[in-house]
Each structure stands twice: as C-alpha cells, then as structure tokens.
Ligand binder design. Structure first.
Ligand code: COA
Length: 375
C-alpha cells in the first residue's frame, strides 16, 4: 500500500471492579452444589446430569487467565444470580457501552493530541451491542461533540482490523475527513453463560480506541504507519451466540437458554484458527518483502496464552520474548475485540522503523492482520 496513514492515538478503558479465578470458581461451585442437591433424586435415576465443579488451576493452565475486570461484579459472584446486576438506564442517560467507548475515545484523542474537531468519522467496532439502534457510535459522537458521521459495525473479536481497513480507505478517498476514531467497547460479561463450566471464566469487560490520520505531526512518541491490511472470513459454527432479536419469535426466551449466550468448541477453534491466521500473516509479510526476523512485535487477540505463543512462533520462526509477544489476558481475560488494542496500548515502545503485526481473530471465523511500522 503506497498511501500513508498513521495510527497516532491509542486509548483504553478498564472498569475498576475485578474478579479473580478463585472468587469466580467459588460462586460457580456454590451453584453446582445447590443444583446437584436440588436435583439429587433426578440425578440418581439418570433423569438429570450432575454438574461438575470448576477449578481455578484448570482456568489458569488452560487459558492463561488469572482475573478479569468487569462492569459489575456483585451479581456475577452471587451464586443465585451469576450475571451482572445493572440498573436499566433511561434513554436520556449515557448507555453502558457508550460510557466505556467514550472513556477510551478520550484517552486515544489525548495521546494523539487531538479533539472532537479532528474527527470526521467515528466507528464503533465490537462483538456485542446493548441495543440494535440508535447506533452506539452516534451516541459517543454526540457525547464528544463530533461533527461528521458515526456508525456501528461487528465482526466479532476481529472487528478492529476490519474497522482499520474502513478507516484507511476512507482517509485515502475522502480528503475532507480530518481523522477517524475507532472505539471498541466490549461488555462481554453481559452475555457470558456463568452457569457453563466450559466458558464461565473466559471473558472480561474493557474498551479500546484508536485514532487514525494522514499526518504524523502529532506530538505522540507512539506513531505507527499502516503498511498492509489483510482480512479473511470463513464460516464456522464453532463460536456462536443466537441471542438475537428473533429470540421471542422462535420461542427461545429463557435467558439461560444456552443458545442465547456465548458458546464455543474451544478445542476446535484452537486447532482451526491457528493455520488460518498464521498463513494469512506469512502471506502478508511475503507480499511486503519483510523477513520474519525483522518483525519485533506481535500484538494478538487475547483469547488463550498457549494459542498466542504458538501463533507467534509460527510467525517469527523463533521463540518470542515476553516483550515481542505482549500478553494481557492474565489480568483482563478475553476482552473480545478490545484485547488486541489493550495489548497494543501497553507495549508501543518499539525502535523507529521496526515492524509489528497487529492481529485479531474470532467468531465467523474472521481474522484481520495489520502490518505496522514504528515512525
Ligand atoms: N474447570 C475444570 N475443568 C474444566 C473446566 C473448568 N472450568 N472447563 C472444562 N473443563 C474440563 C472439560 O470438561 C474437559 O474434561 P474431560 O476431559 O473430562 O472432557 C477438560 O477440562 C478439558 O477441556 P477442554 O475444553 O478440552 O480444555 P482446553 O484445554 O481446550 O481449554 C479453552 C479450553 C476454552 C481454554 C481453550 O480450548 C481455548 O481457549 N480455545 C481457544 C478459544 C478461542 O480462541 N476462542 C475465540 C473466542 S473469541
């Protein structure tokens, strides 16, 4: 790609409440005990299956996650509730996700030393929206006082590279656009099945934001040139959530119906995504004539530490050092589309001219990789 577009701002919002694995497991196991006692007769005659307990050690070993930040902890760790307990905000109040996106957006604009007048287009790019409309992005646009336009998009955990592609193309073809702001407010605990042992530990809540522009005159020390963007999609049922607006029409209103919440075949995802993503990135490096030894950083979607290590080894053809492969999921959990932005925001300290790969992947399947060069 010959045109020059730069990422000059990156910001995040991390909610203050934290749940560690031990606390999460204690709540889940209390639910298991109550369930197994309540249905002991049915379980004894084989009419119901006993639930198995969860374990903090399993969670850490299998995923690398040690804790997660959440928008509301008390409801999640109450064994009788096992889901966040939120006030239903009025339409004239800022929505939960707009609040998250707004905080991250302000911090990205701050890093880029920009204000609302420097944004012509605002994209919200994340996996879940608390309402179909009005657009969350338009709500954030209003809160920031941006003149221009805003819209929501969703490519699950890969949403940010897809949004970077849109931002890049728009900045190239629309000279009147001063800059583009991307926000990724992920409120994942709202649709996580905290009664499901296989997935109750996976997600946390967080938001990220990026500011892109044509100039690199910003005062920030952390400016990256966007050199190449690759996107791919490949249909799979292995990560799924059917909790959409037809729930009522298809008589699936039970909020605990497993199809209304996140579910995945984690092992299959692990096996199938690694070759898809590593081939995409190796093709990208070849297209740009960049040696694998020149790649100094790999910012990846934060879903599983073993998966990230394996992917980084395939990309770099060497064992990555901790600074080459920033991992933040130990402290934040999987934060969906925000995860790669959190990893990026915490490790932008590259030497001038160094190459980095910014890559996200997830449901769809979908994946996107952005080749960045430090300015
Ligand atoms: N506590 C204790 N045991 C648990 C458990 C828990 N919370 N959850 C599952 N187990 C059990 C399973 O039931 C299974 O038991 P079995 O062998 O008796 O059947 C065993 O542990 C292994 O489970 P498995 O699901 O195969 O574990 P895993 O090593 O694949 O790890 C994930 C599970 C989800 C952490 C892992 O597969 C993963 O992260 N995959 C990638 C997912 C991904 O990238 N998704 C993208 C989403 S954005």
């Amino acid at each position: 790609m010959t045109n020059q577009i730069f990422i000059t701002g990156c910001g995040t919002f991390i909610p203050p409440e934290v749940i560690d694995n031990e606390t999460l497991v204690k709540a889940y196991n209390a639910h298991v005990q109550e369930h197994n006692q309540k249905y002991s007769k049915e379980i004894a005659v084989g009419d119901k299956t006993a639930l198995k307990i969860s374990s903090a050690d399993f969670i850490k070993n299998a995923s690398g996650i040690e804790k997660r930040h959440v928008m509301e902890a008390s409801g999640i760790i109450d064994p009788r509730r096992l889901r966040p307990e939120l006030e239903d905000r009025n339409p004239d109040e800022l929505s939960y996700q707009a609040e998250m996106g707004l905080a991250a957006a302000k911090s990205a604009l701050d890093q880029a030393n920009k204000s609302a007048k420097d944004v012509g287009m605002l994209i919200s790019a994340c996996s879940n929206y608390e309402r179909p409309y009005p657009s969350l992005a338009i709500e954030v646009q209003k809160a920031l006082g941006i003149v221009g336009f805003a819209f929501d998009m969703n490519v699950a955990c890969s949403s940010v590279p897809f949004a970077i592609r849109l931002a890049y193309n728009s900045l190239i073809t629309q000279p009147e656009l001063p800059g583009v702001l991307i926000v990724t407010p992920e409120f994942y605990t709202g649709h996580l099945n905290f009664r499901d042992r296989d997935s109750h530990f996976i997600f946390g809540d967080a938001a990220g934001a990026l500011y892109l522009e044509r100039s690199k005159t910003s005062k920030s020390n952390n400016i990256f040139s966007v050199k190449n963007i690759q996107l791919l999609t490949h249909f799979s049922n292995n990560i799924r959530n059917d909790g959409g607006f037809l729930r009522q029409a298809v008589n699936r209103n039970d909020p605990w119906h497993p199809r209304n919440l996140f579910s995945q075949q984690g092992r299959a995802v692990f096996k199938e995504i690694i070759p898809l993503v590593s081939e995409m990135i190796l093709d990208q490096l070849e297209e740009e004539n960049i040696e694998r030894s020149s790649v100094k950083r790999v910012w990846l979607h934060q879903a599983n530490s073993k998966m990230n290590l394996l992917l980084a080894k395939k990309i770099l053809a060497r064992e990555p050092s901790p600074s080459e492969l920033p991992l933040v999921l130990n402290k934040y959990g999987n934060t969906g589309a925000a995860g790669v932005v959190l990893a990026f925001s915490e490790s932008q300290n590259l030497d001038q001219g160094s190459w980095g790969v910014f890559c996200a992947f997830g449901a769809g399947y979908s994946a996107g990789s952005v080749l960045l060069q430090k300015c």
